[in-house]
Design a protein around this ligand. Structure first.
Ligand code: PKZ
Length: 152
């Protein structure tokens, strides 16, 4: 049986994100999974996402990968620990330290680790590596959308 990605378990109304929404035809459709107590997302960036120098990814894309994987990790952590269906997490805060250039055309590995779960808030520690080399690290504060939020 193939494991379902976290993002593929979001309700349809939460599945339109450019980064990871399965229903966004133009998006990147990032997929995140458990790997023991950590989570992992793998993505190879097309050279069209280069930064100022050919062959290396622009910083906004690095942040975007960490952001979407962080939101998905928060969702999965809530589902696993509280054992209740989560709605969808949005990013309240994202901090990224860029440690080394990240290449395009090379599989990148984004990893998440739960730092804190408190009420609707989940804090996720994140890294992004290429071929085992750390390129970026940071953390995200993710907040779950209350069920009635969409109704105003
Ligand atoms: C976008 C929403 C539309 C909703 C209507 C329709 C929804 C339809 C589905 C949409 C699905 C979209 C999915 C998109 C996924 C992305 O792309 S995220 C995009 C970027 N992020 C955003 O646009 C979020 C904009 N910000 C917000 O909506 C609100 O500020 C937030 C994040 C929901 C938080 O507001 P809140 O619900 O009033 O929560 P609040 O009680 O203030 O804080 C909860 C906890 O988080 C902490 N916290 C809050 N902000 C911060 C911060 N900046 N730094 C550190 N800690 C913080 C608080 O301190 C608190 O912690 P504790 O005191 O409990 O320890």
């Amino acid at each position: 049986m193939t494991e379902l990605a976290f993002q593929d378990q979001y309700a349809d109304e939460y599945a339109h994100c450019y980064g990871c929404g399965r229903l966004n035809e133009d998006g990147m459709k990032l997929k995140s999974y458990w790997d023991g107590e950590e989570t992992v997302c793998r993505f190879t960036a097309d050279p069209k996402f280069s930064g100022g120098y050919p062959g290396f990814l622009y910083g906004g894309m690095i942040a975007s990968l960490m952001d979407c994987h962080g939101a998905a990790t928060a969702w999965a952590a809530k589902a696993r620990t509280v054992q209740q269906e989560a709605t969808r997490f949005v990013t309240a805060s994202l901090k990224v330290d860029f440690r080394a250039p990240a290449p395009t055309n090379v599989e990148l590995e984004v990893r998440g680790k739960i730092n804190e779960i408190k009420g609707r808030k989940v804090v996720v520690d994140l890294t992004l590596s290429a071929a085992g080399k750390l390129c970026a690290e940071g953390s995200a504060v993710m907040v779950e959308i209350p069920i009635n939020r969409q109704e105003g």
